[in-house]
Design a protein around this ligand. Structure first.
Ligand code: PLP
Length: 398
């Protein structure tokens, strides 16, 4: 008997990066040494004082249901964190605790987008944006990035060109996965002006806000009028090496946050109680382990960059944020006579065990795209393995 799937299930996308992980795992099972650059997970442990806070909370009996929008001490600590790092005053009512940053995407869309509304979103970009827009019958309007000698910048022209009376929302992921693009003040202000002028509501995905190697992080909410029209996606996953704990938050205007919390009641009732107490400990500090993690990641980044930029047919600028590199491999592929970046990925994986994703795992390439890119995550691989793996790739392409 065939399963009577609901129509909407056909519109639900996925994260194809996980499929690359499965492919790498089956290659490793045959005895081949695999160098995992495919998944944005960390092989760095959660700081001990956070682990201890969770254990203490369990021992103290924080094991029952808790309030749907989150425990008050965590919501208050989040409000303080936002004031400290983004500079605008909010209180606990502006915070809805979530099981990670990811749920904020779907809940933001369900709260603010009607079927047929147009939503601008980055492509390449985190694939869940497109999946959620399609699933909830919105009209996705992808915008891309331009390669510059410093990295990547937003294609603001593509954003402005696509705005119509039906454009309601934009998803903006500064400190961007997969390109590592970081807006300068001018670019961010330009985008803020566009949102104000066209009355567009913003999801500011700030998953990598704290994974910064230089300077201080900046949020689009720093511009006047933006806090009133922005929901911030906050996550503990990257800053505190807590990807598997599943802890994040939606932060924004009170009435939107209340509506988002109503999805919490209907879906998960509440985020895990004792994990939220660990979140309080994370926000209260100390931040020594976080700083050590940034130092480790910086060393990995620099190691990978120096090998990649000495590999024939590959170039990549030095990004100041995230733990991704998005090298241009167009020339390396030309030399191999390859047109499909997926063929390049498979070729390198088979010949060297170096496993990575490509531009195509982050959305369908846009018309007019000619350059080919791969994405390397260095969050889950130690420096000696980076040297060994990328060394093999360099030799292969040399
Ligand atoms: N947004 C971006 C751009 C990401 O890359 C990720 C995870 O990789 C997330 C959101 C969600 O992360 P999490 O659900 O672990 O908080």
């Amino acid at each position: 008997m065939s399963v009577p799937f609901a129509e909407r299930t056909k519109r639900l996308g996925t994260e194809t990066a996980f499929a690359v992980g499965a492919e790498a795992a089956s290659l490793a099972a045959t005895g081949v040494k695999v160098y995992p650059f495919h998944l944005g997970d960390l092989n760095i442990p959660t700081p001990e004082h956070i682990v201890e806070a969770a254990n203490r909370a369990i021992r103290e009996g924080k094991t029952g249901y808790c309030p749907t929008p989150g425990i008050t001490p965590l919501r208050e600590a989040m409000a303080e964190e936002i004031y400290r790092t983004r500079g605008f005053k909010i209180d606990a009512d502006n915070v809805s605790i979530q099981t990670g940053g990811k749920p904020v995407i779907g809940k933001f869309i369900m709260t603010l987008m009607n079927p047929g509304d147009e939503v601008l979103y980055p492509n390449p970009g985190f694939p869940i944006y497109e999946s959620m827009i399609n699933f909830h019958e919105g009209v996705g309007k992808p915008y891309g990035f331009r390669e510059t000698d410093k990295g990547f910048s937003l294609d603001l022209e593509a954003i402005e060109r696509q705005i119509s009376p039906r454009t309601k929302l934009i998803i903006y992921n500064n400190y961007h996965n997969p390109t590592s693009a970081e807006s300068d003040m001018e670019e961010m202000e330009h985008l803020a002006d566009i949102c104000l002028k066209h009355n567009i509501y913003v999801l500011s995905d700030e998953a990598y806000f704290d994974i910064l190697y230089d300077g201080t992080p900046k949020s689009i909410t720093r511009f006047q009028g933006l806090p009133e029209r922005t929901v911030i996606l906050y996550t503990f996953s990257k800053k505190f090496a807590m990807t598997g704990w599943r802890l994040g938050a939606a932060i924004g205007p009170r009435e939107v946050i209340e509506a988002i919390s109503r999805f919490n009641v209907n879906d998960e009732s509440c985020t895990n109680n004792f994990v939220q107490w660990a979140g309080v400990a994370a926000l209260r500090g100390p931040l020594d382990d976080h700083r050590k993690m940034i130092d480790i990641l910086r060393e990995r980044r620099d190691t990978a960059l120096s090998i990649l930029n000495n590999t024939k047919g590959i170039h990549v600028a030095t990004p100041d944020s995230t733990f991704y590199l998005f090298p241009n491999v167009t020339k390396a592929m030309e030399k191999l006579g390859m047109e499909e970046v997926e063929d390049f990925r498979k070729f390198v994986l088979e010949k060297t065990g170096v496993s990575f994703t490509t531009r195509n795992h982050f959305g369908t390439p846009l018309p007019g795209e000619t350059q080919k890119y791969i994405r390397l995550a260095y969050s889950g691989i130690d420096t000696p393995e980076i040297i060994e793996g990328l060394g093999k790739m360099k030799e292969l392409l040399g």
